[in-house]
Design a protein around this ligand. Structure first.
Ligand code: HEC
Length: 104
C-alpha cells in the first residue's frame, strides 16, 4: 500500500516533468466522471461551485497548485481535510487533480 502510494506520486511527478512524452507507455485513457467524483467526495466542504465552505474556495486552485500538489493534497488531506487515498482509484484521483489544476 505504501509502495503503491509512492509510485502514484512518482508517476505524477514524472508526468508533469516530461509532458507528453510519457503517453506511449500509458494505457488508454480511462473514462472518469470528474463532476460525480467531486460531488461524492468534495462538495460537502468545498461547495457546489467550488466556492468553499468548511474548506477553502478552490475555483482557481490551479493558479496556486499544480496537478502533483493537488494529488498529494487529496491523498494526504491535512488542515481539516480528510485523506482520500483509499476511497479513490488512481485514475480517478489523477483525473480529478488534473481538472482542478486546470482551473485558473
Ligand atoms: C471534510 C471537509 C473536506 C472535504 C470532504 C474535502 N476537503 Fe479539501 N480542504 C478542506 C480544508 C479544511 C482545506 C484547507 C486545509 C488547510 O488549511 O491546509 C482543504 C484544502 C483543499 C485544497 C488546497 C486548497 C488550497 O488553496 O491550498 C485542495 C486542492 C482541496 N482541498 C481539494 C479537495 C478535493 C479535490 C476534495 C474531494 C476529493 C476535497 N478537497 C474534500 C476540507 C475538505
Amino acid at each position: 500500500m505504501k509502495l503503491k502510494l509512492f509510485s502514484v506520486i512518482v508517476l505524477a511527478l514524472v508526468l508533469s516533468a516530461c509532458g507528453n512524452k510519457q503517453n506511449e507507455s500509458q494505457p488508454a485513457a480511462v473514462k472518469v466522471d470528474v463532476p460525480k467524483l467531486y460531488q461524492n467526495f468534495c462538495i460537502s466542504c468545498h461547495g457546489n461551485q467550488l466556492q468553499g465552505g468548511q474548506g477553502p474556495n478552490i475555483q482557481k486552485v490551479g493558479e496556486r497548485l499544480d496537478e502533483a500538489e493537488i494529488i498529494k493534497r487529496i491523498q494526504k488531506g491535512g488542515g481539516g481535510m480528510p485523506p482520500f487515498q483509499v476511497t479513490m482509484k488512481e485514475e480517478e484521483l489523477k483525473a480529478l487533480a488534473s481538472w482542478l489544476a486546470g482551473l485558473k
